[in-house]
Design a protein around this ligand. Structure first.
Ligand code: SER
Length: 310
């Protein structure tokens, strides 16, 4: 991986991944793209609608990357408001990207999600290979995306790799329209007001990870020796599993007066209920050395130190 093209660079992951990759590979070797204009890039940037395959092809022909990281997509809760738009953006965009990458011999990174699982998936210690019958359009697009990436590898030899991201917590850019977003908002509200009203119910456990560990996982996976990969496009990864009470208890170790109450949103709660409680990440550890550094309390200390600066 020497020259990398990233879509969705304005999103929660893209904002930090582009900066991380530029530190590792050089500003000029990482091209960012997003459907919204962005200021202040230290390397190349282009406006891009990933539904436009011709536009992707032109940008790749000009930049000549060896790797594309296809982050552009709509998240779970927002997708339920407009499933047709999600399909066109998430599936149409991935298909376009795989085709353009196939023609040009690029490797592909695809972010799947805990949303690729559903209500009849084993919820605890969810295996790497298990039942995947999601009930959100976002989850359906992630399962289809995992399979499409595997197919492009089998059929055409495209080096497509991917991770099933859990909820990602970070302070550079906010997530937009996801179900796990509460675990980001709670830190901002804890700092600003000393209290938070959660739209996810007590007792709803979901997998989570701090952004620095997610960035490290992307690079480790993409740099991994392909001979060691038995899975390719959808590794379970997670660093912690908590419910709103668990994250509140962690915040109280820093802010003892923090208060949590609930106003549960039935739609996002139903999505959370359909996802696993905690993933088995042994395939990622064994095949490419997945090793997250932040547990809940370490993440909380760092988030609460950083959030006031935002
Ligand atoms: N964090 C995402 C969401 O909540 C899951 O991939 O939609």
């Amino acid at each position: 991986m020497k020259r990398i093209f990233v879509t969705g660079s304005g999103g929660q992951v893209g904002t930090e991944l582009v900066a991380h990759l530029r530190r590792l590979y050089g500003d000029a070797n990482v091209m960012a793209s997003d459907f919204k204009a962005q200021e202040g890039h230290s390397g190349p940037f282009a406006l891009l609608d990933v539904r436009d395959r011709g536009a992707i092809a032109s940008l790749l022909d000009a930049f000549k990357p060896d790797t594309v990281m296809h982050l552009a997509g709509i998240l779970s809760a927002r997708g339920e408001a407009n499933p047709q738009q999600l399909w066109e953006t998430n599936m149409g965009g991935l298909y376009n990207m795989l085709e353009v990458a196939r023609e040009r011999g690029c490797s592909v990174f695809f972010p799947s999600s805990i949303a690729a699982f559903g209500p009849n998936t084993p919820a605890d210690n969810t295996p790497q290979d298990t039942i995947q019958r999601p009930t959100t359009i976002y989850g359906v697009s992630k399962v289809a995306g995992e399979l499409l990436c595997d197919y492009y590898h089998l059929k055409y030899g495209v080096d497509a790799r991917g991770l099933r991201f859990p909820g990602l917590i970070s302070y550079e850019a906010l997530p937009g329209g996801g179900t796990t977003d509460y675990a980001v908002h709670i830190y901002y509200e804890a700092r600003a007001r000393g209290r938070y009203t959660s739209y996810i119910a007590a007792g709803s456990y979901m997998d989570m990870m701090y952004m620095p560990d997610a960035l490290d996982a992307v690079v480790r996976l993409m740099e991994a020796d392909p001979a060691k990969l038995r899975h390719r496009s959808a590794f379970n990864i997670s660093a912690m599993s908590f419910d709103p009470e668990g994250i509140a208890a962690s915040i109280r170790k820093v802010l003892p007066d923090f208060e949590l109450d609930y106003d549960v949103d039935p739609e996002r709660q139903a999505i959370a209920d359909s996802w696993p409680n905690s993933l088995d990440c042994s395939a990622a550890r064994e095949e490419w050395g997945f090793a997250p550094r932040y547990d809940l309390d370490a993440m909380t200390r760092d988030m609460l130190a950083r959030v006031p600066e935002r």
